[in-house]
Design a protein around this ligand. Structure first.
Ligand code: PLP
Length: 388
């Protein structure tokens, strides 16, 4: 059996999405920026997609720009605002649990002379609002906090954060790559000034992201070229992917309630069974609002990577830390920020469910996890010492 439980890393594209993209991968190949008939056809498809996405998010079509990925949207938003508002101040704030796309952008800006502060989180990975208030100073120009965390699923109190930001006249960027298409997201209701999302996390194509920029927010260009996407993301538009993204969001919004219910049910069943069948495990971020399909599990006295490989050998795909740091073999900065000790962080795996997972797959996973943990612990001198 092959079981894919790494839906926070990427998802399988919906066949309806491919179908919507097909004409633009074949006959309708015009450059959406061209004035002739070929360009007008694809230009119309891009406009329709922009309108559809804007409607689904409750924003204006002009407030959406298409980019090459979530990572690129994060960069354009953070660097663009930092540059545009530099004359007002050089202090920028983010949380300690951001995706590398945000975290490393802040670190890079720090090298460029910006002052960077990191908001701490509690044991469930929720940002500390009081600390955030203390961190804001007259020179603060931007706060960037993710909506839902990719490793543990924690959903942040974005509305409260935006109220703090507004009261201090600071802009708020939200990395919503893990929430758009999974739970309802309305940028205006959240109070985000800029908001990032990416199609391949909600059953759309890879290599296409988008950025919501509230009307009136200034973003300086960080990529130079032609006039596409309000000059903020120049380069020929990936028309098939734009069409695919709109279709994927439409499907996601239509089946959102049903997907949430199913994933939550499967996830809760999985966690209950694991807690019953496997001794010495901890489910992380369980006492707070989190994504419906994400389960972060710490297996004490286990090396996460060996368990990941054993599971993979059994046909089950999960992740340790975030996919982007998995080649570094460093314990996840997210788990460490939550106060989880190094050795436990090393024994933590992420199971991220999606709309295609079935009860049979979860039952098989529970069976394999139970077996593998027993096997690995039997080989662990520490475990044998403790169990004496
Ligand atoms: C996946 C992810 C990104 C990066 O998106 P890409 O489209 O893969 O570049 C950014 N932030 C979060 C929270 C993510 O999960």
């Amino acid at each position: 059996m092959r079981v894919y439980l790494d839906n926070n890393a990427t998802t399988r594209m919906d066949s309806e999405v491919l179908e919507a993209m097909m004409p633009f991968l074949t006959e309708e190949y015009g450059n959406a920026f061209s004035l002739h008939l070929f360009g007008r056809e694809t230009g119309k498809a891009v406009l329709d997609s922009r309108i559809k996405i804007a409607q689904l998010l409750g924003v204006k079509p002009e407030e959406i720009i298409f980019t090459g990925s979530g990572t690129e949207s994060d960069n354009i938003a953070i660097r663009g605002v930092a540059k545009a508002y530099r004359n007002r101040g050089n202090h920028i704030i983010t949380s300690m649990i951001e995706h590398p796309a945000v975290k490393n952008t802040f670190k890079d800006l720090e090298q460029d002379g910006y002052e960077v502060s990191f908001i701490p989180v509690d044991k469930n990975g929720v940002v500390d609002l009081k600390e955030l208030e203390k961190l804001i100073r007259p020179e603060t120009i931007l706060i960037s906090v993710m909506h839902a965390n990719n490793e543990v699923g924690t959903i942040q109190p974005i509305k409260e954060i935006s109220e703090i930001a507004k009261s201090k006249k600071v802009l708020l960027h939200v990395d919503a790559v893990q929430s758009v298409g999974k739970i309802p997201v309305l940028p205006k209701e959240l109070g985000a000034d800029l908001l990032t999302f990416s199609a391949h996390k909600f059953y759309g194509p890879k290599g296409i992201g988008a950025l919501y920029i509230r009307q009136g927010v200034r973003v300086a260009k960080v990529i130079t070229g032609g006039g596409q996407e309000r000059k903020l993301r120049p380069g020929t538009l990936n028309t098939p992917a734009v069409v695919g993204m709109a279709k994927a969001l439409e499907i996601a919004c239509k089946s959102c309630d049903e997907d949430i219910r199913r994933e939550e049910e499967l996830r809760d069943y999985f966690e209950k069974q694991i807690l019953e069948k496997v001794p010495e495990v901890v489910i992380n971020a369980k006492e707070t609002k989190r994504l419906p399909g994400t389960s972060s599990v710490t297996f004490k006295y286990i090396e996460g990577e060996s368990m990941l490989l054993s599971l993979s050998y059994s046909g089950i795909a999960v992740s340790s830390g975030s996919a982007c740091s998995s080649d570094e073999l460093q314990p996840s900065h997210v788990l460490l920020a939550m106060g989880i000790p190094h050795e436990l962080a090393h024994g933590t795996l992420r199971f991220s469910l999606g709309k295609y997972n079935t009860k049979e797959e979860i039952d098989y996973t529970i069976e394999q996890v139970t077996k593998i943990v027993e096997k690995l612990r039997a080989l662990s001198p520490l475990w044998n010492e403790i169990k004496k």
